[in-house]
Design a protein around this ligand. Structure first.
Ligand SMILES: Cc1ncc(COP(=O)(O)O)c(C=O)c1O
Length: 435
């Protein structure tokens, strides 16, 4: 056990947060760390273990929001990064690790003929949308209500909204951030996730103006609720009917399968957005597709249809880390973490059967989540997650030595094994009993 006592207003984390808040809005540089009453600061990580600035050890089931597929400081990755850092961290032109990582990824996924690297999943989604617009010459995109795709304004439309009551009308494209231009929202068509009938009707209505449909094949809430095969088939049908492009956001979903998440549905995407695991723990994003589609970036003999700069794009440190990390993700490694996910979910299900609480275990592959049926009817998963945080369930896990993502979401790394299941389930049982 960690000896944690969160929240502890005497802790170094609390002091760091108060100090940080003076120079960083909210005390840090990403909205997702702004937990109440303060965020924890970490000083080191090794494998599945992390240590906070107060010296408390935790098992990391957050893994930097799914990006650390091998946990922290994997020796193969550290070795590759150290080798590269000693040779240089950024050049104005290309480097071999960039080609090697592109070759590895294109060798694994049938619909990847070419790939373009950038520095975040947000950039990947933004560029995925821009590719679809440049290729089709059409302005609009469609996306699912409440689907998270990073921080690009169009991709944020109708995020964290009350699910639309379809008996009163179709989903409306709503701003997530203050100041989002109406013009941005006007170019986004919102469809209800996994609702084949209504999505078909809405997409047929707007099909001629749509450059593409942006969707996450891992589903809402970091894989909590996957799309149905019927829903993916509908998107495929709409592509043929309206000559639009399927933009698959596999920023998280790419951890599902050696051949990419869409291979599980037997449907190929025109554009795939990548991030997280392909950077081996370093900042990364990428867009992949056929040579024809990716030619919008190609400006060798003339101005590219989609010019795309970026000082740190494909920086060799990220490329070396990503290559080392993905080399370790063999078909066996994917099978291993996915099976471990099955074992976690089944053990969690047993715990839920033993406590008198309305809760479900959700998730797929190497992620799991405990969905406590909330007293707030119709609340979005995001709002439910926040409610639970306030109720202190996540805090109970922290105090028992486990760091989960908000909404009791767990991400498995290859550093974990079956021996991690029983201790986690004991803590879960204790925490749920005490609710
Ligand atoms: C599905 C999905 N798309 C895009 C992003 C944005 O990626 P990044 O945080 O690297 O900008 C995320 C981040 O969590 C994500 O979950």
């Amino acid at each position: 056990m960690s000896g944690n006592n969160y929240p502890d207003l005497e802790s170094k984390s609390y002091q760091f947060n108060m100090r940080g808040r003076k120079v960083l809005p909210g005390g840090g540089s990403r909205s997702s760390i702004q937990s109440s009453p303060y965020t924890i600061y970490f000083k080191s990580g090794m494998g599945k273990h992390i240590v906070d600035v107060d010296g408390n050890a935790l098992i990391d089931f957050n893994n930097n929001y799914t990006s650390l597929i091998h946990g922290h400081c994997n020796p193969h990755v550290v070795e590759a990064v150290s080798r590269q850092i000693n040779k240089g961290s950024a050049f104005s032109f290309g480097s071999e690790p960039e080609i090697q990582l592109a070759e590895l990824l294109c060798g694994r996924v049938q619909c990847f003929e070419q790939i373009r690297f950038m520095n975040s999943g947000t950039e990947a989604v933004m560029n995925g949308i821009k590719v679809a617009r440049a290729f089709t010459g059409r302005p609009k995109i469609a996306k699912c209500e409440n689907a998270y795709h990073g921080s690009y304004a169009a991709a944020e439309a109708s995020l964290a909204v009350e699910p639309t009551d379809l008996s009163r009308g179709d989903p409306v494209s709503k701003a997530y951030s203050d100041g989002t231009p109406q013009g941005v929202l006007d170019d986004v068509v919102v469809i209800p996730f996994n609702d084949v009938t209504n999505s078909r009707r809405i997409l047929n209505q707007h099909g001629a103006e749509l450059a593409g449909i942006l969707f996450d094949p891992f589903g809402a809430g970091m894989g909590r609720f996957p799309p149905s095969q019927a829903f993916i088939n509908l998107l495929d049908e709409m592509r043929s009917a309206h000559n639009l492009m399927l933009i698959s956001d596999e920023v998280i979903a790419f951890r599902a399968d050696y051949h990419g998440c869409m291979s599980q549905f037997g449907v190929t995407a025109d554009i795939t957005c990548l991030g997280k695991i392909i950077g081996g723990g370093y900042p990364v994003g990428a867009v992949a597709g056929s040579t024809d589609v990716m030619s919008v970036f190609d400006g060798k003999d003339r101005k590219a249809r989609l010019p795309h700069g970026g000082t740190f794009n494909a920086n060799p440190v990220t490329m070396a880390a990503g290559l080392a990390s993905m080399e370790l993700m063999t078909p066996e490694a994917f099978k291993y973490i996915n099976q471990l996910g099955d074992s976690f979910r089944s053990a969690i299900q047993d715990v839920l059967g033993q406590v008198n609480i309305k809760a479900n275990v959700v998730g797929q592959g190497s992620v799991f989540a405990i969905d406590i049926v909330d007293p707030i009817p119709g609340a979005t998963p995001m709002k439910r997650g926040a409610t639970r945080l306030i109720e202190g369930i996540e805090a109970d896990f922290i105090n028992a030595g486990y760091f989960l993502s908000a909404g009791l979401h767990g991400t498995i790394s290859t550093d974990m094994d079956d021996s991690d299941i029983a201790p986690f389930c004991d803590v879960l049982h204790k925490n749920l009993k005490s609710l």
